[in-house]
Design a protein around this ligand. Structure first.
Ligand code: NI
Length: 522
């Protein structure tokens, strides 16, 4: 088997004509001898045919119209199934494929599956077992699709979930499903198409263009796009897998280059496939954030600019029933806020959490059960924060950077736990006392009086009076030309474990008297 890579041309050399001719000749020779797996989309069809064969003679892809193409793993050379070793309280039975020449694929799957089990375990006190198996959804033209079907069992029963990963042998990179789409706008357009297909039926709701939701996408053998959602993700768990099949002609303009190649690869049958010499194998260079990964920082706003006044509105203890109205208010004025969510409301309003994230607000950790963390031991504090961290991660794909200790109660032990978890502690500079004063006007006055540059304003989106007050607050701040930004945008990079009360620029950096205690044992 020929394992050389394609020759590179050197246009500056004097004998360029001869070199080009030689390169062309060598290229033709390579095309005739290389395995079909690494051929580019342009050359694959013609070179793949036996002499005299027509394009239509390529074998059809296998699979059902409402699912992704299925490829026989027996057609793939150098493929081996691995069993995941997981060290934790949840019982597991998880397999994944490893492929010769595609080392980064196996490593990626091992890491991804381990992280998925850990998040399931952290998010569910009743987590019992996690099983996963895989199948191939493409193996052609340098692309391999791996679809993982997981079965999670906890005290509530069993649920199936799905994720499809796309390995690109040309670059040695693994892509999430959302990478099949050409940016956030394209994923949003897909979300609208999917909503038209399934949004009206079967109690389906909570469709937002976030990567954690659009994590299992591929094509059926006819070339139409198949999107599938986990049981319980966008409809009651009893309905099982929810899926949408979208006509190829509707999604074609939305696809990334990778998506276009995947479409071609998934619609033709596979006799044999081999990954030969991935150019960047072993180099774990990442394809970058997938569409549906929302940055809490708006690059168009610069809080460091002395002409710009930035304020962080923060809302604790939610989401609540009125949070969607608050999101509408913020959206109307293109304002962003930070939501310090607690675990039980997250479980009660998962769609609101997803919507909050999709609209560019920052999600931050306010514990599972709202305990005074200074009274909890380190282990208890860690478990409580980890649960909410995992709940939000599973809902949105977002790994939160910030936390707020309930009641603002913190000490060296809390600092140590949050530092360990990579979470900065965010307090506040303006307390509206909205939990006590259930009068919208009063809450609005408190917030507006303190809304100076760098302020972090504390409110709670579980009170209707606060939702009403926020209409006044956001309208007034907007009219004053104040930028309402997320805490991460206000503060810039934060240190895990450190306490922050505001983002006032050029503040005296006098050390807290407390800092001496931070080195103490938790
Ligand atoms: Ni609270």
């Amino acid at each position: 088997m020929n394992k050389r890579s394609l020759p590179t041309m050197a246009p500056d050399r004097p004998l360029v004509t001869v070199a080009l001719a030689l390169a062309l000749l060598l290229g033709l020779l390579l095309m005739a001898t290389r395995p079909p797996g690494l051929l580019t989309a342009d050359t694959a069809q013609s070179a793949n045919e036996l002499p005299g064969e027509e394009e239509e003679d390529l074998p059809p892809a296998d699979g059902e119209p409402d699912g992704q193409t299925v490829v026989d793993p027996g057609a793939v050379e150098g493929l081996e199934e691995q069993e995941l070793a997981y060290d934790g309280p949840v019982s597991t039975s998880v397999t994944y494929p490893e492929l010769d020449g595609a080392e980064s694929l196996g490593e990626y799957l091992e890491h991804e599956l381990s992280a998925g089990i850990a998040a399931f375990d952290d998010a569910n006190p009743g987590a019992d077992s996690y099983e996963a198996e895989w199948n191939l959804t493409a193996a052609r033209e340098g692309l391999v699709g791996v679809r993982v079907t997981a079965t999670e069992t906890d005290s509530e029963g069993e649920r199936e979930s799905y994720a499809t990963y796309w390995y690109d042998a040309e670059r040695g990179q693994v892509h999430e499903s959302a990478h099949l789409f050409d940016g956030q706008e394209a994923l949003s357009a897909l979300n609208t198409l999917v909503h038209e297909k399934v949004g009206g039926a079967d109690e389906v709701s909570g469709l937002y263009p976030v990567s954690a939701l659009y994590d299992s996408i591929g094509f059926n053998p006819d070339g139409d796009l198949v999107v599938e959602f986990d049981a319980g993700q966008v409809a009651p768990a009893g309905q099982g897998r929810v899926h949408a099949v979208v006509d190829h002609s509707d999604v074609e303009p939305l696809l990334s280059d990778l998506g276009t190649r995947v479409h071609e690869a998934a619609t033709v049958g596979v006799d044999t496939f081999e990954v030969a010499d991935t150019p960047d194998a072993g180099n774990d260079d990442s394809p970058g954030a997938a569409p549906g990964t929302i940055d809490p920082v708006d690059e168009s706003v610069d809080c460091a600019d002395t002409e710009t006044t930035c304020v962080a509105l923060t809302y604790d203890d939610g989401p609540g029933g009125g949070t969607p109205d608050l999101l509408d208010t913020l959206d109307e004025y293109d304002a962003r806020a930070t939501f310090f969510v607690t675990g039980l409301p997250v479980q009660e309003h998962p769609e609101t959490v997803r919507c909050t994230y999709a609209e560019g607000h920052e999600l931050a950790n306010h514990t599972l059960t709202h305990p005074d963390l200074t009274g909890a031991g380190a282990e208890e504090a860690e478990r409580d924060l980890s649960a909410t961290q995992a709940l939000v991660l599973r809902e949105t794909g977002y790994d939160m950077d910030l936390m707020r200790p309930p009641y603002g109660a913190t000490d060296a032990g809390v600092a140590s736990v949050t530092e360990e978890m990579g979470l900065a502690q965010i307090l506040w500079s303006v307390d509206t006392n909205d939990w006590r004063d259930r009068e919208a006007d009063k809450v609005a006055d408190e917030a507006l009086n303190g809304a100076e540059d760098g302020a972090i304003i504390l409110m709670h989106d579980i009170h209707d009076t606060t939702i009403t007050a926020s209409e006044e607050i956001v309208r007034e701040l907007d009219s004053r030309g104040v930028e309402m930004v997320t805490v991460t945008q206000l503060l810039g990079e934060t240190e895990p474990g450190e306490e922050y009360e505001d983002g006032v620029p050029e503040e005296d950096s006098g050390e807290d008297a407390d800092d001496g205690a931070d080195s103490g044992d938790a």
